[in-house]
Design a protein around this ligand. Sequence first.
Ligand code: IPM
Ligand code: MG
Length: 360
Amino acid sequence: MNLNITCIPGDGIGPEIVREAKKVLDKVAEKFGHHITYTDILMGGASIDVHGVPLTEEAIATAKAADAVLMGSIGGDTSTSPWYKLAPNLRPEAGLLALRKALNLFANLRPAVLYDELAGACPLKEEISKAGFDMMIMRELTGGLYFGERKTVEENGVRKAIDTLTYDENEIRRIAIKGFDIAMKRKKKVTSVDKANVLDSSRLWRAVVNEVAKDYPEVTLEHMLVDNCAMQLVKDPAQFDVILTENMFGDILSDEASMVTGSIGMLASASLNDTKFGLYEPSHGSAPDIAGKDIANPIATVLSASMMLRYSFDLDKEADAIDQAVKKVLQDGYRTGDIMSEGCKQVGCTEMGDLLAERI
Ligand code: IPM
Ligand code: MG
C-alpha cells in the first residue's frame, strides 16, 4: 500500500519525537511491504519564524492532499518566547486551530490508559489504581468556545471580553455518533459530560445525545456534569469507557485523565473528520525546556502513528505490531526519564526509537 503522510515536526521536542516515529513507521513499511511518502510542512513557531504566520495556505493544501497527518507538537514557553508577543491570531496555537478547522477534524480521540508496567507512576492511591483503567475521551474539536465569536471592547472606560459558546444540533450529532460507534468497539458505555444544570448549549447537547443513543440499544448511556466528572476521574477512573464531551470540557478533562495515568509521555491522540483522513499527535505538549536534549519520550508519537495506521489506513496488523513493540520495550525494562523507575534502564529519545524499531 502507498501511504502519503504529511508530517508536522513543529516546535520544542516535536522534531525529535516525529523523527523517531518515522523510524518505527519505516520499519513497519519494510516488514509489511508498504511504501511511505512523507512531506513535511511547517506549523506553529517554526512557521512563524520562516513565514511570519503559524500556518500558510500552502501548508494547509499539502496536508489536505495527504492521506493523514502526523504531528509532533507546537508552541513554546508562553512567558519567554517572542511568539507570544504577537497578536493572538498569529501565535503558534492559532496554526493548530486553523488546521483543525480547515480539515474539519471535529472528532478528537484521546485514550487514557493505565499501563500495567507503569502502574507505579499513577499518582492515585493504590486502592483506586489497582482496578486499572482504560478510557477514551471523545472531544468535540471544531465548535464551542474555541470557535465562537470573540472580542474585547471597552465600555465607559471598562475593558470587557466576550467569548461565545455555540453548538448546533448537527455538530453535536456527528460527534455523538462517532462516540457511540467507538463505544460499540469497546466496553459499550458512553458517559456524556456537560453542564446541563447551567448552560443551554449543554441542554441541547444532552437532548441530541439521547436521540442518537436510541440507535445504539446495546450501549449504556449516562450523563454526568463536568464538575462531577472532574472528581470521578480521580475517585474512580475505572468506571469510564467512552467520555463524550464538548471542546472546552474535553480540553480540560483530557489533561486530567492523562495526568492520572502518570505517564502523559505515553498517550496518543487522533483527530478525525467524516472520511478516513486524520491528524495524529501525542497528547502532550512541546516541552521546550527539554527540547534538543535527546531525552524526550517518543512513545506517545509512536502510538499516534499506530492510531494512524489503524484509523486512516485500516492496517490493524501493522498497528498491533507497533503497540506490541511498545509493550515489549517496557517489559524489557527500558524507560525514558519521564517514566523512569528503579531497576529500569534509562534511555534517550533516539535510543528509545531504535529499541522500538528493533522490536517491530
Ligand atoms: C490541546 C491543546 C490545544 C487545545 C491548544 C494548544 C490550543 O491544549 O490540543 O489540548 O486547547 O486544544
Ligand atoms: Mg489541551
